[in-house]
Structure formats: C-alpha cells, structure tokens
Write a protein that binds this ligand. Structure first.
Ligand code: PRP
Ligand code: ADE
Length: 177
C-alpha cells in the first residue's frame, strides 16, 4: 500500500503563537475522514503487537490522536491534563515547550504497575511533553511500550531528550527537518 501523504493536509503557520515558531496546523488532516483514519491506523499498526493496555494522551491535541488509537488497540485511554483540570488526586510533572513551560497531571488511579503504556501525541517538538509523560509512567511503576507521534520536529532533536529519560521506542509518521 502506498504511504499516505499526511503533509498535504498539514498547514504551516509562520510566527504562531510567537515570532520564530512555525506552527504545524493539523486541523485540516483531522477534518478529512481518510486522513484521520490513516493517522489512527498507522500509529496503531506499529504498536499492535506491543501488548498495550493504556494509552496516555496530553491535553489537548494528544486527546485527538491518543483516544482513537487506544480504542483501535483495545486499550484504555488516560488523559494527561493541564493543572487543575482533573477532579481527584493526581501525580504531576513539569516540562518545557518549544514555546513556554507547563505541567501535566494524571489521576493517581489511572495507571497501575501491571499496565503496558503507550504515549501518543500529534507532535513531538522539544520532547518535553513526552518526557514528562514518561516520568509519570515510571512513577506508577508501569512499563512504557513506546511513543507514537503523527509529526516529529526532528530539527529540535526530541529523540535526544527522550533517550535521556527512557529507552522506549519512538515512532513518528512524518519527520520535519
Ligand atoms: O515536544 P514538546 O516541545 O513538548 O511539544 C509538543 C507538545 O506541544 C503541543 O501541545 P501544546 O502544549 O501546544 O498544547 P495543545 O495540545 O493544547 O495545543 C503538542 O500537541 C504536544 O503535546
Ligand atoms: N511548531 C509547532 N507546531 C504545532 N504544535 C507545536 N507544539 C510545539 N511546537 C509546535
């Protein structure tokens, strides 16, 4: 089967949300039924044999990719949310972004030590968000099966930051730079 041309439906927005950043707008790809299906199927296929029991997706775009991939794999979905959004006790990790810093929280009962966890997001840039989630998985004593992304900003070298935190497999459908 020919590789799907994901980039055809991803739009570059220069200087958004701040000067110097080229924002990758994935909304046209997700609005396209075939494109949306290709994203979900391609990431799920790569981890189909990994025994994944939980997928973590980071607010907000990580929900758009992570939840359907979890469903496709027959796994549960765990939202990693921005501070103060989850109503019960959480574990929290801070991270740096291509623009700014933030932290992510997961409910304490969302993951157990016998889970096999896949981190899924639309995009990996510095790797900060992915590393924060990997640290959370580690704190729960669960096994990290890997990380699956639609897009990797390779010019920011996220694999270096990720490799310092985990030896889990990193998979991306589109590499930029
Ligand atoms: O590799 P990093 O440098 O950590 O950047 C990647 C993260 O940045 C984006 O989310 P953002 O925090 O902009 O939030 P959003 O999904 O709510 O737009 C993207 O969806 C990833 O989660
Ligand atoms: N350049 C970028 N485009 C879209 N989302 C991002 N998250 C971090 N960097 C980004």
């Amino acid at each position: 089967m020919a590789a799907y041309d994901f980039e055809r439906l991803i739009v570059d927005i220069p200087d958004y949300p701040e000067p110097g950043v080229v924002f990758k707008d994935i909304t046209p790809l997700f609005a396209d039924p075939e494109g949306f299906d290709a994203v979900v199927e391609s990431i799920a296929a790569r981890f189909a044999d990994a025994g994944v029991t939980k997928v973590i997706g980071a607010e907000a775009r990580g929900f758009m990719v992570g939840a359907p991939v979890a469903h496709r794999l027959g796994a549960g979905f765990v939202p990693a949310r921005k501070p103060g959004k989850l109503p019960r006790e959480t574990a929290s990790e801070s991270y740096a972004l291509e623009y700014g810093t933030d932290s992510l929280e997961i409910h304490l009962d969302a993951i157990s030590s016998d889970d096999v966890v896949l981190i899924v997001d639309d995009l990996v840039a510095t790797g900060g968000t992915a590393v924060a989630q990997a640290r959370l998985v580690e704190r729960f004593g669960a096994r990290l099966a890997g990380m699956g992304f639609l897009m990797e900003l390779a010019f920011l070298d996220p694999r270096k930051a990720i490799a310092e935190a985990t030896d889990a497999e990193v998979f991306s459908l589109v590499k930029v730079g």
